[in-house]
Design a protein around this ligand. Structure first.
Ligand code: SAH
Ligand code: SF4
Ligand code: F3S
Length: 444
């Protein structure tokens, strides 16, 4: 009987992409996917190191898997436990020491070596190099991904923000050649993808080798991909405000397949904190980018990430963040309490902010963001939106999808796909739609 695998994925979209690629590798080795760890021969946890909470979850998962493995062994069977992703990269050997039940540890830049590691069974237990050969050249072609697919075009980060582990866990910036990206996009489209989200830790710093011997930026890459027949929507994430160049902004004005939504993390509205964070931009720089973007695409919906309670953040600094949020008007945003990460400069500072102050600031920031999200969504009631329905909803017949502006929309739709709906109402974080036009005939 074929061996089975189960992958549990934490963290960002890049990790979701990597998990899918690792599933491709395992399928190529003859493994079959299974929905539960309890029925798998191989359990792979793809980990995230960004905040402390993610680490805690990993160790409780590993505890449970360790017990499962012991039970299996007592009954004459076995379980292979693999840890991949950013904790694997950051902790390496330490993971094996803390949880001896782990069989394999593999970092985000070396998972193309999984087949060799599995074949060596117990001897090559750890791979956390940043190998000279890019893994992308060694991966099997992507399998079926559905209507909306991720495609990694850039990886790593050279920015070294004070708080962030990503430059250490993902390594230096690397951009895939245009032809390799096109090739992967074509395969995803052939297998049914209507939407592709281009991924990178600093995706707008993309500078891939172009066929003509030159270098293509992200704007040029998007224009090339937009020529692919069958592809309806293009998105990209995550961007740094400092890398938003003219050509990319122009693509927002000129390329109809590029969706009117941008996740552009700013982290703070205080220049003092932004400097301490080593973000290399001011609040005014950010507002200027927003203005340029909105001039190019007036209906552009904006999203961001915020950190509250970075070391040294005063009440006045936090107020500057609220002011920036008020000035921009976000369609949605994520906010996080600063979490000290081992090895990062901010973690070593002595002016850490109390948990109470972080909690209190997070509540205030979230309230403002939520009111902006509600106001943004309310503006769509009674209006038509084209939604890519790609997931089943909670109720029978219901499906969930994304609007061009990245809003989550649910409606009763017979089959997945792009459907025009009229927005009938809004919930706390999602919209309710009713199919109209051709979509109405496809409704159940
Ligand atoms: N590549 C992405 C960052 C991924 S991390 C980018 O550059 O935008 C996603 C978000 O997590 C960051 O934008 C930041 O807001 C948050 N984050 C990163 N490190 C953190 C930390 N130590 N504590 C709290 N939030 C953090
Ligand atoms: Fe982390 Fe900053 Fe790089 Fe984003 S730009 S991945 S926050 S170091
Ligand atoms: Fe987490 Fe690594 Fe992504 S730390 S957010 S999985 S790049």
């Amino acid at each position: 009987m074929a061996k089975t695998f189960h992958i549990k994925s934490y963290g960002c979209q890049m990790n979701a992409y990597d998990s899918a690629r690792m599933a491709d590798i395992l399928a190529g080795l003859g493994y079959r996917a299974t929905a539960r760890a309890e029925t798998a021969d191989l359990v792979l946890i793809n980990t995230c190191h960004i905040r402390e909470k993610a680490d805690d979850k990993l160790y409780s998962d590993l505890g449970r898997l360790g017990l499962l493995k012991a039970e299996r062994r007592a009954a004459g069977g076995d379980l292979t436990i693999a840890v991949a992703g950013c904790v694997a990269q950051a902790e390496g050997e330490e993971l094996l020491r803390r949880q001896p039940a782990i069989d394999l540890v593999v970092g985000p830049q070396s998972y193309h070596r999984l087949p060799a590691m599995l074949a060596e069974n117990g001897r090559a237990r750890i791979e956390t190099d940043f190998p000279p050969e890019p893994k992308f050249d060694r991966l099997p072609p992507p399998g079926r991904r559905g209507l909306s697919a991720y495609l990694a075009v850039q990886e790593g980060c050279d920015k070294f923000c004070s708080f962030c582990v990503v430059p250490y866990t993902r390594g230096a910036e690397y951009s895939r050649p245009v032809a390799a990206v096109e090739d992967e996009a074509r395969r995803l489209i052939d297998q049914g993808a209507l939407e592709i989200t281009l991924l990178g830790q600093n995706v707008n710093a993309y500078h891939g080798a172009a066929g003509d011997g030159g270098v293509a930026g992200l704007g040029a890459l998007i224009r090339r991909l937009a020529l692919l027949p069958g592809l309806k929507r293009i998105r990209y994430t995550t961007s740094h405000p400092g890398d938003m160049d003219d050509d990319l902004i122009r693509a927002h004005a000129e390329e109809p397949k590029l969706m009117p939504f941008l996740h552009l993390p700013v982290q703070s509205g205080s220049d003092r904190v932004l400097a301490a964070m080593n973000r290399r931009h001011t609040a005014a720089d950010y507002l200027r980018q927003v203005e340029r973007l909105r001039r190019a695409r007036p209906d552009l919906a904006l999203s961001s990430d915020f950190i509250v309670g970075h070391p040294g953040e005063t009440e006045a600094d936090f107020q500057a963040t609220l002011d920036l949020v008020a000035a921009v008007g976000f369609a949605q945003a994520y906010s996080f309490k600063y979490s000290p990460r081992p090895g990062t400069p901010a973690a070593a500072r002595e002016d850490q902010i109390s948990a109470v102050a972080k909690d209190e600031r997070l509540v205030r920031l979230n309230a403002l963001i939520q009111s902006q999200q509600q106001a943004f969504n309310r503006g769509f009631v009674g209006r038509p939106l084209e939604v890519l329905f790609d997931r089943p909803g909670r109720h029978p017949g219901q499906r969930i999808g994304r609007s061009p502006y990245m809003q989550s929309v649910h409606a009763t739709i017979a089959a997945p796909g792009l459907v025009e709906v009229e927005i009938a109402g809004i919930g706390p974080v999602s919209l309710a739609g009713v199919p109209i036009g051709a979509g109405a005939e496809r409704a159940a």
